[in-house]
Structure formats: structure tokens, C-alpha cells
Design a protein around this ligand. Structure first.
Ligand SMILES: N[C@@H](CCC(=O)N[C@@H](CS)C(=O)NCC(=O)O)C(=O)O
Length: 218
């Protein structure tokens, strides 16, 4: 029997990215909802993720944190679904490139933008003047898939990431971003994941947000 999978998340968090991915795999899993500032900072959870953040995935007795790592790991568990290009192929290199581009420069840029404090473009991975967004816009404008000609975890992570930041109004919508999100968020697993989290929002409100929309999250 496969080692058990447990997803620790909150319905108004970036844990929605991991939820969508785990729903894509079709693998059975347990979802554990943690609340901000309370159970997310409990000794029991800090023993799992010392950052006290969601999402985290426990697979057997192994902990995986960081959305990008969780998504790539889940893709590897279902190789027949081809969510990740073959190891060693050129496409695999491109897959790593974009996953890490989002997890690194783009996430750092969004955090800097939110706080209003940007590092000098010369040393910051995200460059200057929103270059990182222009580059991503170029990537999502080329077609429905960023890597190769089929849906991969890069498409999921990008669509979930852009959708998340546009919904919380931290990112100004661009037509190319909206189009890309719309294409991929109509996948049955994305719809299912949203329904699961939407149903949990009322019981697990975000301390800093009013849960008003069907896609509310933080
Ligand atoms: N880079 C992380 C970000 C995780 C993160 O910051 N999660 C936020 C929610 S969106 C969180 O758990 N915040 C609670 C806290 O820091 O107390 C990832 O992509 O998994």
C-alpha cells in the first residue's frame, strides 16, 4: 500500500495551490485544516513545519513544504499522468526553470510589492520595474502550455499563483494572465479543489479578510 498523504492547509491560503495539485493526482489523502495564529503555530504543527505556515504535505513519515516542491513531488507520484516531462529531457530543464522562477523571483517580487520595499534590481532575482511580470506574461502568451504541448505542473502552479494574487488584488490583472488562469482553472480537479476549500471558508475565516467571494483566499 502507498504511504499515506496528508495535506495541511487553510482554505484562504496558498494551500489552494497544493489542494488543486493533489486533486489532479486522484490519490487518496487526508486534509487537515489549520487556523492562522493558533493551530498553525501549535507545537504539534511546528514539529511538522517549523515555519508554522501552510501548505505542508506529509507523505509517510516525510514532510514536504513549499508549494513548488509539493506540486513537483505529487506529479512524480503519478508519472502516467505526465504532469512532469521526462527526467533528463530538455523539457524537464524548462519545467524546473519555470517552477523555480515562480517559487523564487516571482514570490519574492509579490512579497516586496505588497510591502512596498523593493531590493535593488541588480541584485534582486526579480530584477527591477516588474520585469519579472513581463517575462511571465511572455511565457503565458505563447499558448495554453508553458512547457511543451501538454498540461504540466508548471501550468497548474502558474495559473493557481496568478489567480491567487489577482483575486486578493495584490496583482493587477493583465489580459494574458486572466486568459491563462481561465483556461486552466476550468479543469475538473481545479473546480473540485475550489469547491472543497470554499465549503471550509466559513468555519475557518481569515483573521485579516472578509470571506465574501467564492474564491476568497489569502
Ligand atoms: N513559499 C511558501 C509560502 C507559504 C506561506 O507563506 N503561507 C502563508 C499563507 S498564504 C502562511 O501560512 N502564513 C501564516 C504565517 O506565516 O503565520 C509556499 O509557497 O508554500
Amino acid at each position: 500500500m502507498r504511504d499515506a498523504l496528508t495535506l495541511y492547509t487553510h482554505p484562504m491560503s496558498r494551500g489552494r495551490i497544493a489542494r488543486w495539485m493533489i486533486e489532479e493526482t486522484g490519490l487518496p489523502y487526508d486534509g487537515v485544516i489549520l487556523d492562522f495564529n493558533t493551530s498553525m503555530k501549535s507545537p504539534d504543527y511546528l514539529a511538522i513545519n517549523p515555519m508554522g505556515k501552510v501548505p505542508a504535505l506529509v507523505h509517510g513519515d516525510m514532510v514536504i513544504t513549499e508549494n513548488a516542491a509539493i506540486c513537483m513531488h505529487l506529479a512524480d507520484l503519478v508519472p502516467h499522468k505526465h504532469f512532469a516531462p521526462e527526467v533528463g529531457s530538455a523539457l524537464r530543464g524548462s519545467y524546473y526553470r519555470w517552477m523555480l522562477f515562480l517559487a523564487g523571483p516571482l514570490e519574492a517580487y509579490m512579497t516586496a510589492k505588497f510591502s512596498g520595499h523593493f531590493a535593488p534590481g541588480f541584485s534582486a532575482g526579480y530584477g527591477s520595474d516588474g520585469e519579472v511580470l513581463d517575462v511571465l506574461e511572455g511565457a503565458v502568451s505563447q499558448g495554453p502550455h508553458i512547457v511543451g504541448d501538454r498540461f504540466t505542473t508548471v501550468d497548474l502552479y502558474t495559473a493557481a499563483f496568478l489567480g491567487y494574487y489577482m483575486r486578493i488584488k495584490a496583482l493587477e490583472p493583465r489580459p494574458a494572465f486572466e486568459r491563462f488562469v481561465e483556461i486552466h482553472q476550468s479543469r475538473p480537479a481545479a473546480i473540485r479543489a475550489n469547491e472543497i476549500d470554499n465549503a471550509l471558508v466559513q468555519a475557518h475565516p481569515h483573521p485579516m479578510m472578509v470571506a465574501s467571494t467564492s474564491h476568497a483566499e489569502h
